[in-house]
Design a protein around this ligand. Structure first.
Ligand SMILES: Nc1nc2c(ncn2[C@@H]2O[C@H](COP(=O)(O)OP(=O)(O)OP(=O)(O)O)[C@@H](O)[C@H]2O)c(=O)[nH]1
Ligand SMILES: [Mg+2]
Length: 362
């Protein structure tokens, strides 16, 4: 006999901490210029050993320790560049001491950056792309420690009074740009309710207002599931017709969608003929990058609480092959269903690496 065990989908955790419900607006920092300075090496030491039985026991100046590197590490623990310092300086190596004591090498300064951070040098050339977790980039090398006077002892020079200074660390400037800030991107016309939806499903607090272009910068929220999986959702500024021709704000943020695992079209079904909005959004995305419309996608029909809105859902479903989920972000109707759909898409696609094939757009 075969038993079929029903696989239970993990539920999203509640967004319930009252302290965090305050209107704290936090901007998502997706681009930052930083200066990185490697630690200098420690100086070598000049010293001569003198023992009770041997007053001139020879040079015993130790070498200086090496300065630390500044290293960037891609990590899913951080979602933006807000906490990356604008000047990152690694520690210097310690100087050498007598009795041939080697100065301590300093630890490397490791800065965690979001997976998908692109690193450009001061000339704007892409020098690194941290597209997978754990990938590291040495941004500034620390200087080597200087050698102590014992190193300079030769047959002819038994008491060298010279040693080396530690080398200085590299001092460079980079621009970091986060390209894959979220797993899921919310795409929609202004006023469609993207920010309201993000507020409803996560602890992010983007501003919500009944006029277009309320959101001027991307906002990021994280949906927690009870299997400890975290899915980052990005609220992007609204798109308008001809966004790809640089109209409105949308185009500069569309680059973020390039590495989103999936896209949600937020459609305001309280407006007449909302299916046209969906077509315009798909057209704008395809004009920006053709591969975008091949990503996993869902249509979220928002504002079903508005009278007559529900009647348009059937027509919307007929007009598209994508699955349509009807929700009310404001009242919280069917958000659980939406979050479960997002989890299914995430589970199906989390191991696919084809999202980093956008290098041509750098
Ligand atoms: N009735 C109703 N109103 C909603 C719903 N979702 C959002 N709204 C309202 O729609 C208006 C716009 O919502 P936002 O979340 O700011 O819209 P947005 O898509 O983020 O807009 P932009 O930031 O300008 O792109 C606000 O007045 C919301 O209260 C909903 O499900 N039902
Ligand atoms: Mg908004």
């Amino acid at each position: 006999m075969v038993f079929i065990i029903p696989t239970q989908l993990p539920n999203p955790s509640k967004v319930g901490n009252q302290n965090l419900q305050k209107n704290r607006v936090q901007n998502f920092v997706d681009i930052k210029r930083i200066r990185v300075i490697g630690g200098s090496g420690g100086n070598g030491c000049i010293s001569f050993l003198s023992l009770w039985s041997n007053e001139f026991a020879g040079p015993d100046g130790g070498d200086g320790g090496h300065g630390g590197h500044v290293i960037l590490e891609a990590s899913y623990d951080v979602k933006d560049l807000q906490n990356v310092p604008t000047v990152a300086r690694a520690e210097c190596g310690e100087k050498g001491c007598n009795k041939d004591c080697h100065g301590k090498n300093s630890n490397h300064y490791i800065i965690k950056v979001p997976v998908g951070t692109v690193i450009k040098n001061s000339e704007g050339k892409v020098v690194g792309d941290l597209s997978t977790e754990g990938l590291m980039f040495v941004a500034a090398r620390g200087g080597a420690g200087g050698r102590g006077n014992h190193f300079f002892m030769t047959d002819t020079e038994q008491a060298p009074k010279i040693c080396e200074y530690g080398a200085s660390g590299e001092n460079l400037e980079y621009t970091f740009e986060v390209r894959s800030m979220a797993h899921i991107g919310l795409i929609g016309f202004p006023n469609a309710g993207k920010s309201t939806l993000l507020r409803a499903i996560s602890r992010a607090r983007p501003k919500v207002a009944p006029y277009p272009f309320t959101t001027l910068k991307p906002h990021l929220g994280v949906v927690q599931y009870d299997d400890y999986e975290q899915i980052a959702v990005a609220d992007l500024p609204g798109l308008i017709p001809d966004s790809h021709k640089n109209k409105g704000l949308g185009i500069q943020f569309l680059k973020h969608t390039e590495r989103c695992m999936a896209l949600l079209y937020i459609i305001d079904v309280s407006l007449p003929e909302p299916w046209d909005h969906l077509k315009i959004l798909q057209y704008e995305l395809s004009k920006f990058n053709e591969t975008l419309i091949e990503r996993p996608q869902l249509v979220v029909a928002n504002k079903i609480d508005v009278p007559d809105a529900e009647g348009k859902i059937e027509r919307l479903k007929e007009e598209t092959d994508l699955s349509v989920i009807a929700v009310s972000a404001k009242l919280g109707t069917n958000l659980l269903g939406l979050l479960r759909e997002i989890k299914i898409i995430y589970d199906e696609n989390k191991n696919s690496n084809d999202l980093s094939d956008n290098k041509n757009t750098f």
